[in-house]
Design a protein around this ligand. Sequence first.
Ligand code: ZN
Length: 238
Amino acid sequence: MTENAALVLFSGGQDSTVCLAWALARYERVETVGFDYGQRHHVELQARTKILDRLRQDFPDWAGRLGPDRVLKLPALGEISETALTRDKEIEVGKTGLPSTFVPGRNLLFFTYAAALAWRRGISTLVGGMCETDYSGYPDCRNETLQTLARAISLGVDRHISIETPLMYVDKAGTWAMTQELGGAALVDLVTEETHTCYVGIRTRRHPWGYGCGHCPACALRAKGWHAWHDNQKPLAT
Ligand code: ZN
């Protein structure tokens, strides 16, 4: 078993990119895994490649640590979810308070597949960008859910597997601040330019906080966090 290695659940979104940087700053070897489950927009999956390329290019200290990337196809997940991510349906917030983009139990499946891969690769730490702060409505993002899952997985594979979620109690402004701390202006630029969060898949409209429709809940959250962080920045000394 290789110690000090991590497998990051990397979607190409803002949160998982910051988690990848977090892992690169801490672990000697970092591998990445993404999931293709028939998302209506493949924009996020395309963003992954660009982000990995730029991390290798712009962060020489991290480049040597960054190992193989894999995308696992999980089409069954699309088949069992009637959501805006996988079907041509408007994004709305339903009676349960969950947006229609919610795929029930998605993170349980992602982590279980990731654990199987990690086991094969001799990795015992899984890293994900789940967060209780902004989307308290997602029950599979809760710390208790994920730590209980880590225990079930560890029992199931008879090896200790831990789940690290560095953004669990961090809000979106805090995520931008963490980006700055981890990789300075270069990482803020990479996250702004290359990561994709918009539910509608818009890459043609550039805002100060990146690309997106500007109206969907994911864009609204990203914009709000950016302003809360950016507008409180002290001007750089000249
Ligand atoms: Zn949007």
